[in-house]
Design a protein around this ligand. Structure first.
Ligand code: GLU
Length: 439
């Protein structure tokens, strides 16, 4: 059977790092085995789902290079979900309930007060025909799947052997009072129809998985392999859920972080593999192994993406940057040499503009009081522009002879005066690129 995985976001918001982990794991499983990766939009909630978010999700995945083989939308498949509901009704696994949210809440509170788990008591199964007719005239009923009260077992790809007592779980609501199909029924139908072989998702879905296994079986489908990855926390172990709004993929993109850095980090995070930059998604997929991941919550710190981004940018070939440099106005004859100097000294691609500004306009010199005289002398000895790769050497030799300074005392004040910074590129390579020096 072809390995088929899916990433199933709801288009009710933009993707964040938590979703990305799920997307990437499913993507890599499919790619590693030469299988199929489906993007499924879980848009059965017509109020919260928007085309704008659906487009945003696609754009973010494309930006990362997580290309899908097929895209599906749950809102296109309501007929199929209706048919599945009929099938469950016919087999006696579906029943209509009339409790209002307030009544359900009250029941739950009572159960909790009595020290009982807040599991739905199935009282709807005991309503007389007469009461049922009355209730159905008054309100819209919702539909629950009747779980078989037995243990539900599976071997989870990350968590190992799991066993959940179905009696400890409420019969899941699959259709709301207003007729809206809930995610569980839609997801199960899709997983069965699309031949999904592996489902990786967050550990907040473990109980859903137990109920979904029974629904899949009730619909005559094949149960996929399930795996539940740990949830991400902030760097101090705090829940990330509240901060996810600031950790959307588009925020990371706007901050100049690189897809390959993000993917490399995400593919290793929570496993024993080191946080290293991979050269391609294929390489990540090749080395991906679910069994390297554990159940413990996984700390995520966006700061960790920075060194990987810096390394990625430093490794970019000139050709990749040629258009961007041209747009910045870097003349083509010096662009390759400029990129060579800049790439080691930037954190993100966008930073290259700072270096071009410096080359074009010169820096505001940084001159300590005790160096003022020294720099004034140096200024008179600066060879006439244009400079080449020998200019720095001849200048510093002349300055050394004139002032008697050497080593750091000679070079550092000159660097600071020319670049306005204490660190930076090899000065003999930078000087030929400077259109101007403000001494
Ligand atoms: N739309 C669901 C979610 O985002 C999908 C869960 C699943 O993978 O089945 O939580």
């Amino acid at each position: 059977m072809t390995t088929t995985t899916r990433f199933a976001p709801s288009p009710t918001g933009y993707l964040h790092v938590g979703n990305l982990r799920t997307a990437l794991f499913n993507y890599m499983i499919a790619r590693k085995s030469g299988g199929q990766f489906i993007l499924r939009l879980d848009d059965t909630d017509p109020v919260r789902s928007t085309d704008e978010y659906a487009d945003g999700i696609k754009e973010d995945l494309e930006w990362l290079g997580l290309n899908w083989d097929r895209v599906e939308k749950q809102s296109d498949r309501l007929d199929r979900y209706n048919a599945a509901a009929d099938e469950l009704r016919a087999s006696g696994r579906f029943y209509e309930c009339f409790e209002t949210p307030v009544e359900l809440d009250l029941k739950r509170k009572k159960q909790l007060n009595m020290g009982k788990p807040p599991v739905y008591d199935r009282s709807a199964l005991n309503i007389s025909d007469e009461d049922r007719a009355k209730l159905s005239a008054e309100r819209d009923g919702h539909w629950r799947f009747k779980l078989d009260h037995e243990r539900i077992n599976w071997t989870d790809g990350i968590l190992g052997d799991l066993s959940i007592d179905a009696a400890s779980v409420s019969d899941p609501v699959l259709i709301r009072g207003d007729g809206q199909f809930l995610y569980t029924l839609a997801s199960v139908c899709d997983d069965v129809d699309y031949g999904i072989t592996h489902v990786v998702r967050g550990s907040d879905h473990v109980t859903n998985t137990a109920t979904q296994i029974q629904i899949i079986q009730a619909l005559g489908g094949t149960v996929p392999e399930f795996a539940h990855h740990s949830l991400l926390t902030g760097p101090k172990g705090e829940a990330l859920s509240k901060r996810l709004g600031t950790l959307s993929l588009r925020d990371l993109r706007a901050a100049g972080l690189e897809p390959m850095a993000i993917l490399s980090h995400m593919a290793h995070l929570g496993s024993s593999a080191p946080n290293e930059l991979a050269s391609s998604i294929d390489e990540l997929a090749e080395n991906f192994d679910l069994s390297n991941f554990g159940a413990a919550p996984t700390k995520f710190d966006a700061e960790d993406l920075k060194p990987l981004t810096k390394k990625f940018v430093a490794g970019l070939e000139f050709n990749t940057m040629a258009d961007a440099l041209n747009d910045l106005g870097v003349p083509s004859d010096i662009a390759p040499a400029f990129w060579d100097v800049a790439r080691e000294n930037i954190d993100t691609r966008a930073d290259v503009a700072t270096w071009w500004n410096l080359c074009q306009n010169g820096a505001t010199p940084l001159i300590a009081d005790e160096d003022a005289e020294f720099i004034a002398t140096a200024k008179t000895l600066l060879p006439a522009a244009p400079w080449d790769e020998t200019s720095w050497k001849s200048w510093t030799t002349a300055v050394k002879e004139a002032t008697g300074r050497k080593g750091k005392g000679l070079f550092m004040p000159l660097r600071k005066a020319v670049t306005g910074m204490e660190h930076g590129p090899d000065m003999s390579k930078l000087l030929p690129l400077l259109q101007k020096v403000n001494l």
